[in-house]
Structures are given as C-alpha cells and as structure tokens.
Write a protein that binds this ligand. Structure first.
Ligand SMILES: [Zn+2]
Length: 160
C-alpha cells in the first residue's frame, strides 16, 4: 500500500533539471533566461520614424512601418515619475502574506522610451531623476519560473 501511495504523488523532477524559465511576455527580453545577469529588455527601433519601443515587434507601433530593427535596450535609466503602491494588489498576488509598500516607476531609458516597472528600493529614498539599473529576476510559477524585471538604484550591488 505504501508503494501505491508513493506512485500517486507527483514525481520529483530530476535533480539536474532546473525549472523551466518563461518570460513574463514573449518578446520582452533578449539574452538567455538561465543567465539573468545577461538578460536585457528587448526593443524595436523604427528606421522610418526613429521611434524606439519596448519588446520585439515586426512593425513599428508608432507609424506601423515594417522597416524595424531588434535592439537590446540600455540597462541604465532615470526615474521619470513614480507612485507608491501601499495596498496589497488583489487576486493571487505573490507577496500577500509579506506585503510591503513598494515603488512603481516610469523609468526613462537611454533610447528615450519610458518603461513602467517596480522599483526595488527604500520607498523613502525614491527621487525623480535618480539613476536606476535594470534587473531581471525570477519567481516560482507552478512547475516553472517566471522571469520578470524591475529597476534598482544604480549604486546598489546586484541581488543575485
Ligand atoms: Zn515608426
């Protein structure tokens, strides 16, 4: 009986297998998801209107043109504006039991576009114009891991 019970359990994954990592959205990142330090935000530069947009795209979201180039976006930005999220978001928010207020900012990248992202920093230290650095990180999501991104103060050492 004991053996039958054991086989009903989910099989452990082989010790050598890392959980599969999936990007938050397809086309959001460039670089290997198993080396988070090398992951960058994907961008699309339009040769017709010069607009740079977030994510890889076959058409320019600004002018609709197809003369576009996939580029990795810069990792250094500045906090353009922000708000503080003081209430735990609804639904299956991951940090429900350990919620702490956090900054959500628009970060201006060197290419001129602004990206909305959580800011991992002391909320009292947030300041418009402060230099920030892109950081990819992963979080368990069922049997796999989800790769997400945030920004941290540029002077802060890496969290990995
Ligand atoms: Zn365009």
């Amino acid at each position: 009986m004991l053996g039958a019970q054991l086989t009903d359990r989910p099989q452990p994954r082989p010790a050598t297998a890392e959980p599969a990592r999936l990007a938050l959205n397809e086309g959001l990142f460039v670089g290997p998801l198993d080396a988070l330090g090398a992951v960058r935000l994907a961008g699309t530069r339009c040769h017709s209107c010069t607009e740079v947009s977030l994510g890889s795209s076959k058409r320019c979201p600004n002018c609709g043109g197809g003369d576009v180039e996939a580029i990795p976006l810069g990792t250094e930005g500045r906090l353009w504006s922000y708000t503080i999220i003081r209430h735990c978001p609804p639904g299956d928010y991951h940090d429900r039991d350990d919620f702490r207020p956090f900054g959500m900012g628009l970060v201006e990248l060197p290419e001129g576009l602004r990206v909305l992202a959580p800011i991992r920093a002391d909320i009292d230290a947030l300041e418009i114009g402060m230099p920030l650095r892109f950081e990819a990180y992963s979080r368990p999501a069922g049997d796999s891991e989800r790769v997400l991104f945030r920004f941290v103060p540029a002077a802060q050492p890496s969290a990995s």
